[in-house]
Design a protein around this ligand. Structure first.
Ligand code: TRP
Length: 331
């Protein structure tokens, strides 16, 4: 039997995971996991590119991994772990930093957006962030990387770095492909539907967190920003309405057209309340299972340690090759 292809993805624990993370990423991982050898992690090294409260960072990291398990990530197919537990990520990132260019990092739109807002005090880590992400991916000889559309540019950079180093030193890395799911890839902020939900977290009201109660979820959907129209239709001009339809579609599997058809003659308020209820029903069992995993910290620690050991063994093989190729004296 041919070896399974490798799939890698991660989510930042900068806050409690959101509905956007769940529908855009984790739910797809669960669907794809049987076909691949998977590595899923919580990227705490990436998270510190913006200032984090230490206590919350730890809590959010465990919450994320408990959610992966609760969502149905199966340890037979997937290795789950905390990024900082596998030191090879930071080590290879340093090497890759030396093989990517200021010019190409400076062209990353995510960096440009953030630096235009923050200015001179922007952490250097935000600039070199894509080199760390490339390390996450290239360490595992990854073929497929499921990510949101906003990460496509980072994936392209990862491919460029892999090809560059392979040309210099021979085949060190597999060149990965992005996988951008059609449905759910862009769940937008409820208060500013031009921005992706998980990224902006502009206001507490804009993002549905997986830790939110049913009451909070209902309130957030009721207050979702829409437009001054009345007719429910699916178009870019109605970003708020489109987002609610996308959320329903990602959960129920219905197409946008089917959903629009079912709202003939109905009001925005109906769509908001229904979407809230669909989300609440979808999240309830997930939230209960997440709490179960979180309530047994010893077991969670054990799973994460096993995951990190397994990931490190795989990552070390790549890192060793790289060190040898660039001329580092073997240890
Ligand atoms: N940068 C990704 C995001 O913000 C998270 C991430 C870090 C990632 N490393 C990764 C995703 C490796 C896929 C593979 O969404």
């Amino acid at each position: 039997m041919a070896a399974k292809k490798i799939m890698v993805s991660g989510v930042q624990p900068t806050h409690k995971l959101t509905l956007g993370n769940y529908l855009g990423a984790i739910k797809n991982w669960v669907k794809l996991q049987n076909e691949y050898e998977c590595y899923f992690f919580s990227v705490d090294l990436h998270a510190i590119t913006s200032r984090q409260d230490p206590k919350e960072l730890g809590e959010n990291t465990l919450f994320a991994l408990a959610t992966y398990l609760a969502a149905g990530i199966d340890l037979e197919h997937a290795t789950i772990f905390v990024q900082s537990h596998v030191r090879q990520h930071a080590e290879l990132a340093w090497v890759l930093n030396c093989f990517c260019y200021m010019g190409e990092l400076g062209r990353m739109t995510q960096f440009k957006d953030k630096s235009s807002r923050v200015g001179e005090t922007i952490p250097v880590g935000l600039f070199t962030y894509p080199a760390l992400m490339a390390s996450d991916i290239l360490l595992y000889q990854t073929e497929l990387v499921p990510v949101g559309a906003d990460q496509k540019q980072h994936l392209e950079l990862t491919r460029d770095i892999a090809i560059r180093m392979n040309n210099l030193y021979g085949p060190l890395f597999k060149v990965p492909e992005p996988y951008i799911p059609k449905v759910g890839a862009r769940i937008m902020d409820l208060q500013s539907p031009e921005n992706k939900m998980s990224k902006s977290v502009s206001t507490e009201m804009g993002a549905v967190f997986l830790s939110d109660s049913a009451k909070e979820i209902e309130k957030k959907f009721k207050r979702a920003v829409t437009d001054s129209g009345t007719e429910i239709s699916y178009s870019d001009e109605k970003a708020g309405i489109k987002n609610l339809i996308d959320i329903q579609s990602a959960i129920t599997g219905k197409t946008a057209e089917e959903i629009v058809a079912s709202y003939q003659g109905k009001l925005y308020g109906h769509l908001k309340v229904d979407t809230a209820n669909i989300v609440i029903q979808e999240l309830k069992p997930l939230q209960e299972r997440t709490q179960q995993f979180l309530s047994d910290k010893g077991e969670l620690q054990r799973i994460l340690r096993l995951g990190a050991d397994k990931a490190a063994a795989k990552a070390e093989a790549t890192l060793k090759n790289v060190y040898r190729a660039i001329g580092f004296v073997p240890y």
